[in-house]
Structure formats: structure tokens, C-alpha cells
Write a protein that binds this ligand. Sequence first.
Ligand code: KIV
Ligand code: NA
Length: 264
Amino acid sequence: VKRVRTHHLREMKQRGEKFTMLTAYEQYAAQTFDEAGIDVLLVGDSASNNVFANETSLPVTVDELIPLARAVSRSVRRALVVADLPFGSYQASPEQAYLTAVRFMKEANAHAIKLEGGLEMVPQVRKLTEGGIPVMAHIGFTPQSEHNLGGYRVQGRGEAAARVVEEARGMEAAGAFAVVMEMVPGDVAAEVTKAVSIPTIGIGAGVDCDGQVLVWQDAFGLRTGRMPRFVKQYADLRGVLLDAARAYADDVRAGSFPGPEHTF
Ligand code: KIV
Ligand code: NA
């Protein structure tokens, strides 16, 4: 199998072919999604919520994310592995961003990194790309800034639409190879997708983006409870695991597991 490279995503955009991205934080999910042909796996800082049980993405650290990114990159044969730079590990300066990104490339074998922010991140994106590190940008709603943005809110409504277009153009000019747009009105995301030649990847940004991304525990029903409107549930993994765990417990309590066939 041929590895997915950043230029393949750009070529897919040019051909009008959609591509796919999911989060992944460990071996078996990564292997499975790679086998399913998911093009890009994101070791998101959403591991903060989905692995480390924090309420937001803010507490997760570089030292916590690197082993997850290493596991994912070891587990794929085809997918492009992108690692998120966590809150506080790149905002201070382009140099800080570069040193953090280098850790993900060297210690975790990531193929690219992702960082959040608009025009204020242009120096960071430029520094990384000039230093040989592919950068995926992330604009619109950026969870690391949730306290600044006043919570989970759609970005780019009305007057603010032009700003989203400017941010995407700025990221392209700075050298980003793709841009994630989170919680942006569908018509604005469509306009951005036409305005830039790098691929756009939507999460809550409508059907006209070049690719789509979801958090896998949300999409496949491992996490339950209130879900954002942009999530579609493709499976009920929580239900599958609940049934399996209960069946195992029932067997043990009833003395029907292990059976002779499991016994030496
Ligand atoms: O961390 C994450 O999961 C993300 C995606 C939702 C884009 O940044
Ligand atoms: Na993220």
C-alpha cells in the first residue's frame, strides 16, 4: 500500500474527490481505521477528554500526547498521521512551536502536526513549514480558546464570515497543507473551500469541505450523552461493550467460564 502524503490530499481536492479523517489515540483503533482506508488519522488533543477524562482539551500535555502519537504512527501502514500541538506548547513563539513540533516528529514519528489559530499563528506556521514540518491549520471554533470564545459556539456567522476566509488564506500563504474548519456555517465553509487551493477539512462545517473529520468515540458510540449536532452516530460501541462485559460477568458468576476448552 502506498502511504498517504500531503500532496495526495491536494490532488484529491483538485479532482473533486473527498477524503476522510478520524481521531485515533492507540493501536487497535488506528489499525482498524487504517485498514478501512481512512486517509488521515489525527492524534487530537481531544485525547484530553477522550483518553485522560479531562473536561476540556486544555490540561493535556506534550508528554502525555507523544506516547499516543507514537502508538498510532507505529500502527498504520497507509494513513497520514497528524499530531495536535496541545495548549501552551506553541502559542508563545515560533521557536516554541518549532521545538514542540520537532518532538512529535522525532519521538513519535508523526507525519505532520496541527495547531489552532488564525492570522496570529502565521509566524508559527511559517517557521514550521520552512523547517520541514507539514502543518495542518485549525480555524473557526478552536477548543483551546473556548474560554476566550465564550464556550462552544459557531464561528463566522454574518459579518464574521469574511474573517474565516482571511484566516484560511493566511494559513495557505504561510505554508499550511490543509485547514480544519470547526463549527462554521456550511455556506461560509463552501466559500472558504473555493477561496483556497489547500484542502479544507470540516467538523460541523457542512458537506462542501474537501474532507471531513470526527472524533471516533463520538461517531461510533463509545461516548454517550449529549452530542454536538454535527456528529452522526455510526455504531453503538458502548452498547456492544456493555453487553460483552455483562455476559462475561454472568458466565464467571455462574461458573460457566472458563469451560474445559479454556482449561489446560
Ligand atoms: O482534537 C481533535 O479531535 C480535533 C478534531 C476534532 C479536529 O482537533
Ligand atoms: Na484538537
